[in-house]
Design a protein around this ligand. Structure first.
Ligand code: UDP
Length: 478
């Protein structure tokens, strides 16, 4: 009888949103390079979009031990999956996808199945039901929180803030300091906490959900993070008291690029986009002077009202700078604004602007014509900008983004935080500050962080070694 143990087989379940999928596909590829078998679970809705807009299947065909599987997210195909409908997706995942996931994992472990048994589950930290499912089936689970560790740590400290009387917020002064998040004393204010912390009722569903996340992560086998030790040292050291098994292995996109650089066989990492990437913006950038363009994008979930759009537009035009603006379909509610834009904005945009519905962002940020990034401070965007030493003007929308923008401004000195403001005069001034007045100051810091990030994913660096530990631990789970 063959006594050879089965190979390590990881079942990866990302939160079915653009940022986590992109991030977890990079982790999947890194695991494949280490010889680990991977099943990657997409929702039917996202998988169709991924296949429509990318060559992901061809890319992963280089790894015979990789396969996709799909699951229903329980929502009709045309149901909005943007940030303003976040909880619809969560509820539906819990009600519909959870039992399907359980069934699927059982079938993967049943003898006689042609596939290797699953030996480890890696699920997004926000999928709090995943641990219970993995336990039912008897498979160890490691969580992966693809948001920023500084943001995550603020979630995990909600009970501390409640005990200290700092939550619910007292009074109406959002500039009031918060003292009970260890590692962030001295610069964290109420307004820098995730917007869901602004509610008065601590039984609010989102508050309860993130508190549950903190508990489930504690019971899991470990927590993977998309950061590097040097960037978030104080936060990580506090986190380790409660969660000793941390694997900070980021920035993942740079980590993968570095590994693929040393491995000539698999094709280069390319797009993992759920929207069609409009490559015409790269041709437009090619025709612009060095560092002259501010890139504007609010990511895959954030929304903008018509009034905010008009303020941003005036601010950008009045700054005199060139701009490349991603306007994701349906990110501005109501379709009536298009016919009401002042002529002067349309003329100026023709002269020195480019608008696309989705861009190849990593390529855009690496382009020599890009000199700044007006961002919603999503964690992937923040890391992608940092690596290319592009200063940021931050307009956070929700979840970890309020914390990220504070760190960008106060801790890492990579740009300006404009949270909770949106008027054309301030935007014009901040764009000028970012692109001209304070540019050198931000670029200097950014270059320093970019260098440390690249070192961390190179042989012997912190993220390199942490990934090695993660892979060894996964192999021990067989
Ligand atoms: N992105 C992209 N093209 C765009 C806008 C965004 O490829 O036009 C990618 C971006 O590179 C990043 C991800 O979408 O990897 C967005 O993730 P992030 O964490 O920044 O924000 P989220 O969309 O989750 O709010």
């Amino acid at each position: 009888m063959d006594q050879t143990p089965p190979p390590p087989h990881v079942f990866i379940f990302p939160l079915p949103l653009q940022g986590p999928i992109k991030c977890m596909l990079k982790l999947a590829e890194l695991l494949c390079l280490a010889g680990v078998h991977v099943t990657f679970l997409n929702t039917d809705h996202n998988h169709r979009r991924l296949l429509r807009h990318t060559a992901v299947q061809t890319r992963f065909s280089a790894y015979p031990q990789f396969r996709f599987d799909t699951i229903s997210d329980g929502l009709p195909d045309d149901h909005p999956r943007s940030g303003d409908r976040f909880m619809d997706l969560f509820d539906s995942l819990e009600a519909v996808s959870k039992p399907l996931m359980r069934e699927m994992l059982f079938s993967y472990c049943r003898s006689g199945d042609a596939r290797w048994p699953v030996t480890c589950v890696i699920a997004d930290g926000a999928l709090t039901f995943a641990l219970e499912v993995a336990e039912d089936v008897g498979i160890p689970l490691i969580y992966f929180d693809t948001i920023s560790p500084c943001g995550l740590w603020s979630y995990f400290c909600i009970p501390k803030m409640i005990d200290a009387g700092e939550m619910p917020f007292k009074g109406n002064d959002l500039d009031a300091p918060i003292q009970s998040v260890p590692g962030m004393e001295g610069f964290l204010r109420q307004r820098d906490l995730p917007t869901f912390c602004r509610v008065r009722d601590m039984n609010d569903r989102v508050i309860q959900l993130v508190m549950k996340e903190a508990q489930e992560v504690k019971r899991s086998r470990g927590l993977i993070l998309n950061t590097f030790e040097e960037l978030e040292e104080p936060v990580l050291s506090h986190m380790r008291f409660l969660y000793p098994n941390l694997y900070p292995i980021g920035p993942l996109h740079t980590h993968l690029k570095t590994r693929l650089g040393a491995e000539p066989t698999p094709p280069l990492a390319s797009s993992n986009s759920l929207w069609h990437e409009d490559l015409s913006c790269i041709a437009w950038l090619d025709a612009q002077p060095l560092k002259s363009v501010i890139y504007v994008s609010i990511g895959s979930l954030a929304m903008m009202t018509r009034d905010q759009l008009v303020e941003f537009w005036h601010g950008l035009v009045n700054s005199g700078h060139r701009f490349l603006w991603v306007r994701r379909p349906n990110s501005i509610p109501g379709g009536d604004w298009e016919g009401q834009i002042p002529e002067e904005l349309l003329v100026a945009t023709k002269e020195r602007g480019c608008i696309v519905s989705w861009a190849p962002q990593e390529e855009v940020l690496a382009h020599p014509a890009v000199g700044g990034f007006l961002t919603h401070s999503g964690w992937n965007s923040t890391l992608e900008s940092m690596i290319e030493a592009v200063p940021m003007l931050c307009w956070p929308y929700f979840v970890d983004q309020q914390v990220n923008s504070r760190f960008v401004n106060e801790v890492w000195k990579l740009g300006i935080d404009m949270k909770d403001t949106c008027d054309r005069v301030r935007i014009e001034k901040m764009v000028k500050d970012l692109m001209d007045v304070r540019r050198d100051e931000f670029v200097q810091s950014a270059e320093r962080w970019a260098k440390l990030a690249k070192q961390s994913v190179s042989e012997g660096g912190s993220s390199f070694c942490n990934l090695k530990c993660l892979i060894e631990d996964i192999k021990l789970m067989v």
